[in-house]
Every structure is written in C-alpha cells, then in structure tokens.
Design a protein around this ligand. Structure first.
Ligand SMILES: [Zn+2]
Length: 256
C-alpha cells in the first residue's frame, strides 16, 4: 500500500516536472510544428496517424527490395536468395515527413531516433520473414564523422531494432574505411562510385564470433541503395550464402 502511494507520488512529481519543462521549452510536432501535449512524443496524434507507412514489412517482394536485389544481381554471378528489405515510411521531397530523418541526422535528436527506431523494430518483429534475425548491423560512419557529429544515427536506430528483436547489436563487424562525400547532391552513378569499396569487415572479429543466421543491415534512409549495397558487398565477401542478409531503414525514397 505504502509502495503504491510512493509510486503515485513519484508519478505526480514527474508529470509536474514535465509540465514545467514544457512551459519553459515547448515541445513541438516534428512534422506540423504544433505544440505537443505532455504524453505526446515527437509527433502529434494526427501526424502519427498520417505517417505514410510503406507496409513493406508485410510484403517479401516490394519496390524497395526489388531495387536492392537489382543492385545485387549486377555483381553476383551465382544465384543468391532474394534479399528482404523494409522501411517504416515513405520519404518524399515535398512531404513534411522528410523532417524526421533530417532532425535525427543533423539536429542531434537522439530521442526521436530511438522513438522511430522502436517503431521500425515493431514492424520487423511482427513479420515472419524477419523472425530469425540474430544480428543487427548499422551502416557505420567514418570515425572522424562520428567524432564530429557525436553519434551515428543508424546505430541509434539499430540499437532499438535489435532490442525489440532480441537480436545482437554488432557495431564491431563493419567498418567504414574511408571518408565519403555526403550522398545528397550526387547522381545515381556518383553515389555508387562514392561508396564503392568504402566498407570492410573486421576479419579479426569474424574469427571470434558465432556465424549468424540472418543479418539485418540498418540505415536511416534508402535512396538508391548504394550505401547499403556497398555494406552488403563487404559482408557477402566474408559470410557464406547460407547467411541471409536483409536491409531495413526508417525511410524509403520512392513511390508505392
Ligand atoms: Zn503534427
């Protein structure tokens, strides 16, 4: 009884502190900019309802996976399994939802990265073809960029996905071995050339771990797929074909 009273008291104090903080520094919806209520996080209920979800997690074969598999087929001579791919929502230049990855990547909004990472994780966890994922690997940043930014947004998202899937988060397997230019202003061919050979697998780590069954590569946004493809190539050069490698991102630049 006493414990319940203490807990209730703590809840009241925490709510009061949150309300006071909201008055001092009002929190706003990342998409429409309206003021958020105490219990709301990152998006207002309308914007959360209207999030342009891809529902690709329900479809093994979807436009994102097709785009990724087309890249793989260009460099794989022998047959490989169709790679699964999914994203939480569509990213369109004219849509205000583009602010979500931008906020996470450039404005240090780590809580938003965790929130949307969890949303992505729940979609993947509810899907049969991702059920055996046992290791989650974020696309690495070059150490100098991670040092200047202070964090890797893909790692934050991947950490939430791994925890929801009950899989291992592995940030030690892949390494970005050279700095690359930002991809945003480059052509499709330029993007591919920019990241080609930019990643490598730390073989000393591979020798010491149990070979996973199903790896899930995570990034924030899937545009041409060239960054994830370069990571895939690095992993595929080490892991045998029996190890499935899938990809998932918060946002997918494309149409339904
Ligand atoms: Zn809103």
């Amino acid at each position: 009884m006493r414990e319940i009273c203490v807990r209730e008291f703590k809840d009241i104090v925490q709510r009061g502190m949150k309300a006071a903080l909201d008055l001092l520094i009002p929190r706003t919806c990342l998409v429409c900019g309206c003021r958020l209520e105490i219990e709301q996080k990152h998006l207002c209920p309308d914007c959360l309802d209207d999030l342009p979800r891809t529902y690709y997690w329900l479809r093994r074969f979807n436009p994102m996976a097709d785009r990724f598999n087309a890249l793989i087929q260009e460099d794989v001579k022998k047959h490989t399994d169709y790679t699964y791919a999914s994203a939480l929502f569509f990213y369109r230049a004219e849509s205000e939802y583009r602010r979500i990855p931008y906020q996470i990547k450039y404005h240090g909004d780590i809580p938003a990265g965790r929130f949307f990472g969890r949303q992505l994780g729940h979609t993947i966890a509810a899907t049969e073809h991702f059920a055996d994922v046992d290791a989650v690997i974020p696309v690495p940043l070059h150490w100098a960029r991670k040092w200047s930014r202070g964090y890797n947004q893909a790692e934050i998202i991947a950490s939430e996905v791994a925890s929801i899937l009950g899989a291992e988060l592995r940030i030690d397997i892949l390494q970005r071995c050279r700095r690359t230019r930002t991809q945003t202003q480059l052509s499709i061919e330029g993007k591919a050339a920019n990241v080609h050979g930019a990643f490598r697998v730390r073989t000393c780590v591979i020798d010491s771990i149990k070979v996973p069954k199903h790896l899930l590569l995570i990034d924030d946004v899937f545009t041409t797929g060239s960054t994830l493809h370069a990571c895939y190539q690095a992993l595929r050069s080490v892991f045998p074909p029996e190890v499935r490698i899938s990809v998932a991102t918060l946002a997918f630049v494309g149409e339904e």
